[in-house]
Design a protein around this ligand. Structure first.
Ligand code: HEM
Length: 175
């Protein structure tokens, strides 16, 4: 059973991160098409622009987002099946937070580029692709090598179950 859930987990993760790596290229091309000089008075999208916009939206809504959902839910199932509570898993979760932020930024960009005349500069394309690729590699490396992190000193408060409440209570101005 664990092997089956892990198979689904890895397949969903591959589709999810593959989408996060590929979507910026789509956004860049869409931004370039939108930046083209238009014929006088015309603001309509031409057929290729519309096809690319629809493909990006379809990919995000119907493929990448459901894959992200399956990756996260099967991951949660694996936590309980395997009783995973080691420190390397906290590192993996930190990387996943970055992937989730990249996912929501990709969604915002897909929506923004569906409008007229939006730009998507080259630095964003390179940055988004590089970040998604690097975090994916780091997450796979941590998941496969499961480093022990024994020599790394972790503050005791971060190892205590329920400690987040105490930490947050110390910094928030209201109670
Ligand atoms: C919220 C999201 C995620 C959760 C909760 C999660 C959780 C888990 C858990 C508990 C395992 C089993 C570990 C073990 O057998 O000791 C696992 C396996 C794995 N995960 Fe994730 N994961 C998530 C997302 C990801 C992502 C984004 C990647 C890669 C980019 C990834 C790659 C892997 C790989 C390669 C394995 C197989 C490790 C092995 O069998 O040695 N996971 N995941």
């Amino acid at each position: 059973m664990i092997a089956f859930v892990k198979l689904i987990h890895i397949a969903a993760v591959a589709i999810w991160v593959g989408g996060l790596i590929a979507l910026p290229a789509c956004h860049r091309r869409l931004g370039q098409l939108q930046a083209r000089p238009r014929v006088q008075g015309g603001h309509e999208m031409d057929a290729s622009e519309q096809r690319l916009r629809d493909a990006a939206r379809f990919a995000y809504v119907a493929i990448v987002s459901p894959a992200a959902f399956v990756a996260v839910t099967t991951g949660i199932v694996l936590i309980f099946q395997g009783g995973v509570v080691d420190p390397w898993f906290a590192v993996k979760l930190a990387f996943i937070v970055v992937l989730v932020v990249a996912h929501s930024l990709a969604g915002q960009t897909t929506a923004r580029l569906s409008g007229k005349g939006s730009a998507y500069p080259a630095w964003r394309y390179v940055g988004a692709t590089g970040l998604a690729g690097a975090i994916t590699l780091a997450t796979v490396a941590v998941s496969l090598s499961k480093p022990s992190l024994d020599g790394v000193s972790i503050p005791p408060a971060l190892r205590e179950p329920g400690a987040l409440k105490t930490i947050v209570e110390r910094v928030i101005p209201w109670r």
